[in-house]
Design a protein around this ligand. Structure first.
Ligand code: SF4
Length: 325
């Protein structure tokens, strides 16, 4: 690890002020930053500890469910108010207990990709070092994306929580040099295009102060399903975040998003459209799930994800009260 300056932020404006200069990184739970600093993938000259900032708390009001950015994953997953959104609570349970106890909500949403080339400084990688190439396109790409990819990068987005929150139309509260602002999470992440090293629309020095999940009375009927190589501490090869408003066996409204298969959390409006007004039945759901892979571009080792993500969506939806007949 290279030497760096370390400071503890007194309050949010102080943190933003300290981090406005290039080469500065925020430290919250540290589960991404410290790992990547040890590997030499991230080399900030200044690290600003934000753990004392008042960005905590989970509460609900007329605007929805508010979650402070510095809340730990395990605390949020266990919070009574979050149980009204099973898709969120379940998406938070994929990581190991050690990680869940340290990692924060804001950090989770900003975690970096698990692409092995990105984490190996001995290999080229456009995301780590722009313009050097993408060895994953022709190399080890079993875990990589089939949707939202570009010639420059095919890495999957790593956050399960982000997939669940995108399905629920969540908004991010941000705080930067110009004060607070709020943005839809769905528009926060950038497709890799020709600049895969720029992953989101955060401005220099800006931080995530919280998450707002709008009210959704039928979110109780929601779930997050991860399909992965091993049951614990594995990353999703494909996942589905779904919520259904089911009345008399008919889908009045529905939310569907996929993870593990795309370069950003992948909302699926075409699947939702194909489901609205239809019975929650195996054949209906299977037919709708085919739309999930519209535009997919599989690589040499990950064609299996085309079927896998459809199965994840079908299984997740059927688990919410579907019938076979
Ligand atoms: Fe780097 Fe993206 Fe290619 Fe992985 S997929 S090697 S992160 S450019």
């Amino acid at each position: 690890m290279r030497p760096y300056d370390f400071a503890v932020a007194r309050d949010v404006p102080d943190a933003v002020h300290r981090t406005a200069s290039a080469g500065t990184a925020y430290l919250a739970g540290g589960t991404t930053l410290v790992d990547l600093m040890k590997l030499g993938v991230m080399t900030p000259a200044h690290v600003v500890d934000i753990n004392r900032l008042p960005l905590r708390g989970v509460y609900a009001d007329a605007f929805g469910l508010h979650i402070g950015a510095l809340e730990r994953m395990s605390d949020v997953a266990a919070h009574p108010l979050v149980q009204y959104y099973p898709v969120v609570a379940q998406a938070l349970m994929g990581a190991s207990p050690q990680l869940r106890n340290m990692a924060t909500i804001g950090g989770n949403l900003l975690q970096r990709t698990r692409c092995g080339y990105f984490r190996d400084t001995n290999t080229p990688c456009n995301k780590r070092q722009p313009g050097t190439g993408c060895p994953a396109r022709t190399g080890e790409n079993r875990g990589h994306a089939i949707l939202g990819t570009s010639e420059s990068c095919v890495a999957t987005h790593a956050s399960d929580l982000a997939v669940a929150l995108v399905a629920l139309d969540a908004r991010l509260a941000l705080y930067g040099g110009h004060g607070p602002r709020a943005v839809p999470l769905a528009g926060f992440y950038r497709l890799p295009g020709s600049t895969p090293h720029i992953e989101n629309h955060l401005l220099p020095g800006e931080l995530i102060s919280g998450v707002l999940v709008p009210p959704l009375p039928w979110a109780r009927r929601s779930t997050y399903l991860m399909l992965r190589d091993r049951r614990s501490y594995g990353f999703a090869l494909a996942s589905a975040a779904v919520a259904v408003d089911l009345v008399g066996g008919i889908i009045r409204d529905v939310r569907v998003a996929a993870g593990g298969v795309a370069t950003v959390p992948w909302r699926l409006p075409a699947v939702e459209y194909a489901l609205r007004g239809r019975p929650l039945r195996q054949d209906v759901v299977e037919s709708a799930a085919r739309r999930a892979v519209d535009g997919a571009r599989p690589l040499s080792q990950n064609r299996f994800k085309i079927a896998l993500v459809q199965r994840a969506i079908v299984r997740a939806l059927m688990s919410l009260g579907g019938t076979d007949g």
